[in-house]
Ligand binder design. Sequence first.
Ligand code: NAD
Length: 300
Amino acid sequence: MSAEIIDGKAFAAKVRAKVASHVARLKADHDIQPGLAVVLVGEDPASQVYVRSKGKMTVEVGMNSYEHKLAADTPEADVLALIERLNNDADVHGILVQLPLPDHMNEDLVVNAVDPAKDVDGFSISNVGLLATGQKTMVPCTPLGCLMMLREHHGSLSGLDAVVIGRSNIVGKPMAALLLGDSCTVTIAHSRTKDLPDVVRRADIVVAAVGRAEMVLGDWIKPGATVIDVGINRIDAPERGEGKTRLVGDVDFDSAVDVAGAITPVPGGVGPMTIACLLANTVTACSRANGLKEPEGLTV
Ligand code: NAD
């Protein structure tokens, strides 16, 4: 039996449409235009691509996009001063500092300089603490997108066994906190986990966020389980021609699709949801900042 393919691209389009309609209402009813500021330091090519596509989608849903591109050798104090200005700018409702930052900067210091109310990445210590204690917060975009897809597919997640592979601060840990918040029984697996295949075999929900191409095999998956593949790995694809590459996830899709009940593809699964959730967080932050009702279904 072949798994249902969870179409992250189509779902992300729906989320963006919801964001756009809320933005339109904010403008029409309150004369408020949400704004997202992105700070990019340096010339990392992948970061430049991400920032361009974030800016484009921000404008497409009707929000203002403010891009601040700084040279790689910008002193940390200048970046902190810019963040302070954005914190105090009433037209900016969300601030995203594109990571990684150059080596001479203290990433924790810079990330925590962002006003938690505008921290649409949800990486600041106070937002992490609110998430961990089950309070209203800004939820990191990638795990938020995963949770939205899981809720859409399952309805209630209560009582399901979930295994999150990976314990990073940006994906694994917040993902586990969200699943716990939805009353799953959660296991966090990582590089030191003993007998990972056996741990994964117990799960009704598997979230793979490792960064190792096609590591999770079909015979690790419990029949009928839902598999969310966060990994983005570029591998050689000689079958497409000399020097060609392609993107794959952390799950071996071809073997997993025969066993799982549902699975996200790579590309076209979690990736598109991440940017959609960034836009969702920005409109949520804007509503909160203005004491207005939050859009439904765009946050937890
Ligand atoms: P990370 O490197 O910070 O963390 C990887 C985690 O995997 C670590 O906690 C580590 O313990 C665990 N790990 C490493 N080797 C392992 C093994 N052999 N067995 C079990 N666990 C192992 O990575 P990250 O930032 O969490 O990202 C993970 C993947 O998700 C990457 O491929 C990244 O590109 C991708 N990603 C995708 C999106 C998206 O929008 N789709 C967003 C963020 C990250």
